[in-house]
Design a protein around this ligand. Structure first.
Ligand SMILES: Cc1ncc(COP(=O)(O)O)c(C=O)c1O
Length: 441
């Protein structure tokens, strides 16, 4: 606080008044006579800022119901232990989060350094993303998928796809609205609906055809019908993939039952513009997770609704990042291909290695996560305790399936974000943990 604002003044009554008291007096009608009584009660004895508050009771903060509705954070215990181990100087191989350890390509970093030196980039940007970025996204859709997008109305930049996704839910959902989300569930897919005061119906996604027929069944029997269906393939966390037909069927259902679709892609595929939008992250394909940039494309009305929310909430992504993202998209196709090969190599090291250790795991066809059933001798422990065991005994952090909802129980999610050598080390350490004598009796 400045010295000016903390100055106390004497009032006509001789009491020491705070600037707040003066502000209240300022609101009263001006007259030359004595100050009339205010129309709202003021404390009879004014207190200085250094005095204690009126009650010794701890002050309780009445948080909004939408915060109270959120379930406990199930990764908390693992994260705490991981943090403690690191503080104690213990090396943890972290396969917990889809947070790439690789840096972005050097040409992206060089562009960022150049953009940082331009004074114009340090001002507020625009909340829906600079025009050149939106144009570059449209070009990428055309080049890769043959999808034509209007960069002005059908593309918007996001502070990571998670931000775009959650604000899109806020723009579409409200009390009484229902969204269908895939189960097991990437947490933000249901929490952002809940934060927007909507209801969630979680449908098992691991058999995509059954998922579709359960969407139809829900639409036939629920009133009011679901307003939104959220999909995400390759699915995080289960790794489920689909054929292109899936989208044809989904779009037909959306038109029949009148629901909207948000497709959340960790790696891009085309969207269906009449009924939905698609979110794409630059965190994985370009290893730019900490830069917080992604984009949302598709239905102009939905993009506009997201733009309205963002216009109130943010001033746009740091412009130097947007400029670097343009260059990444323009020149990054080959490096994405190389990265995909690298992830495939890592997947094989992890899956083949663990299979050799006696833990049979299905290799995912795409994506950066391995979804592994807790091996039989330890199945009774549950996924949280088995994940804690791996962290304690093998120094390997993984995500327990329970953190992705009830349908995730009995599984673990392993993110292949560490390099092949580290993954080999993880396989050896986990192998030691899987010796029969370490099973629960
Ligand atoms: C399906 C999905 N959506 C969103 C995200 C987060 O992306 P971003 O870093 O762009 O917010 C992830 C990260 O793992 C993801 O798997």
């Amino acid at each position: 606080m400045s010295s000016e604002s903390s100055t106390n003044f004497s009032s006509p009554g001789g009491l020491v008044e705070s600037p707040l008291r003066l502000a209240a007096a300022d609101m009263l009608p001006q007259s030359s006579g004595p100050i009339p009584s205010p129309h709202f009660p003021l404390p009879t004895v004014m207190r200085s800022e250094t005095e204690a508050s009126f009650s010794d009771e701890p002050f309780s903060i009445p948080v909004a119901d939408r915060v109270k509705r959120l379930p406990p954070y199930l990764f908390g215990k693992i994260n705490k232990l991981k943090h403690k181990k690191r503080q104690d100087g213990i090396d943890v191989i972290d396969l917990g989060m889809g947070n790439p350890t690789d840096p972005p390509e050097q040409f992206i970093i060089d562009k960022m350094i150049e953009a940082l030196s331009d004074a114009r980039n340090h001002r507020y940007s625009v909340s829906n993303g600079v025009e050149n970025l939106r144009r570059e996204v449209a070009k990428r859709y055309d080049r890769k998928y043959g999808v034509k997008l209007n960069a002005a109305s059908e593309v918007i930049a996001c502070i990571g796809s998670k931000e775009g996704f959650s604000h899109m839910c806020l723009a579409l959902m409200g009390p009484g609205d229902t969204a269908i989300v895939p189960a097991p569930t990437f947490p933000i897919h249901s929490y952002s609906v809940m934060l927007a005061s909507g209801n969630v119906i979680a449908l098992d996604v691991r058999n995509p055809n059954e998922f579709l027929s359960n969407i139809s069944y829900t639409c036939e029997h629920l009133f009011p019908k679901p307003k939104l269906v959220i999909v995400n393939f390759p699915h995080n966390p289960s790794g489920t993939c689909i054929e292109q037909d899936f989208y044809v069927d989904l779009v037909a259902l959306a038109k029949k039952y009148g629901f909207l679709v948000i497709s959340d892609f960790a790696l891009a595929t085309p969207g269906a513009i009449d009924i939905g939008v698609e979110l794409t992250t630059m965190s994985k394909g370009y290893s730019m997770a900490g830069w917080r940039i992604g984009y949302c494309c598709g239905n102009a009305e939905m993009v506009r609704a997201l733009g309205t929310i963002k216009g109130y909430y943010d001033y746009g992504i740091f412009q130097a990042i947007q400029i670097s993202a343009i260059v990444a998209m323009r020149h990054g196709d080959e490096s994405i291909d190389r990265l995909c090969e690298e992830y495939q190599r890592r997947r094989d090291v992890l899956v083949d290695g663990l299979t050799r250790q006696g833990w049979e795991i299905e290799a995912p066809k795409a994506g950066m996560f391995v979804w592994a059933k807790v091996p039989e001798p330890w199945a009774e422990m549950g996924s949280i305790n088995f994940a804690l065991k791996l962290l304690n005994e093998a120094g390997v952090a993984v995500s327990p399936g329970r953190g992705f909802g009830e349908e995730g129980e009995g599984y673990l999610r392993l993110a292949i974000v560490e390099n092949a050598q580290r993954l080999r080390q993880a396989v050896r350490e986990i192998g030691r943990c899987l010796k029969p004598e370490s099973a629960v009796a």
